[in-house]
Ligand binder design. Structure first.
Ligand SMILES: *Cc1c(COP(=O)(O)O)cnc(C)c1O
Length: 216
């Protein structure tokens, strides 16, 4: 099926409270435009080097979500326009985003990436780091950012029970912290292989690449 066909088919299956981020990484701007022409506006990219040129080239009402690991020295390139950063995985990065946002006279919506997988390679806050950073945010550090919620990636495994368990853990942390942080309203979890489980476990935002754009 076509990109716009996949997208419409996908959207028709989603509950109203779930936002779909179309992950266009490695796919050309033409593919983004095809999705755009069917009315879609939320797109995700994982690399700054790819996001910046796409933003320059493509319609300005696209809402760009940065979903991949971000180095502090690259924050300045996306700060003027990024709609939301899902992959804030350290306090140092949060502080830099806040600083660059203030320079641009804006507030940047962010999600804290939480480590939930049984894999060495996934980035994210541990529960101890999260407590300490959240307390600083609550007391007014980081005035340039607004924490909208959490993002997490489950282990890449066929074991559904494990994936479900990891999403459930994240959902519980999300509930606990959203009681303390009034700006929180977003739980970003679920990709092409596990989005159904993620929604069952309380996701409000899914990030889908392969199932829309095809294999990379
Ligand atoms: C690539 C990527 C996705 C989308 O993955 P698919 O399996 O292609 O749907 C989602 N989230 C992050 C953080 C990614 O890097």
């Amino acid at each position: 099926m076509s990109v716009s066909g996949n997208l419409l088919q996908f959207k028709s299956q989603l509950p109203d409270h779930v936002t779909l981020i179309a992950v266009s990484k490695t796919h050309p701007s033409q593919a983004v435009l095809e999705a755009y022409s069917s009315g879609h506006r939320d797109f995700g990219e994982n690399r700054v080097q790819e996001l910046v040129p796409k933003h320059e080239e493509l319609p300005k009402d696209i809402r760009w979500h940065l979903i991949g690991h971000l180095q502090t020295n690259k924050v300045k390139y996306v700060a003027p326009f990024v709609h939301m950063i899902h992959s804030v995985d350290s306090e140092k990065l949060l502080a830099e985003i806040s600083k660059q946002a203030l320079k641009c006279n804006r507030m940047i919506p962010v999600l804290l990436q939480i480590f939930i997988a049984q894999e060495e390679t996934k980035f994210g806050f541990s529960s101890e780091e999260l407590r300490s950073t959240a307390d600083k945010y609550i007391s007014g550090s980081f005035p340039g950012v607004e924490i909208h919620g959490f993002m997490g990636m489950a282990t890449n495994t066929d074991n559904e029970q494990q994936v479900r368990r990891e999403f459930r853990t994240l959902r519980a942390m999300y509930s606990e912290y959203s009681a303390q942080i009034p700006t929180m309203n977003t739980l970003s979890m679920g990709m092409s292989s596990d989005w159904k489980i993620a929604i069952e476990e309380g996701s409000t935002m899914i990030r889908i690449g392969t199932a829309i754009f095809g294999h990379r």
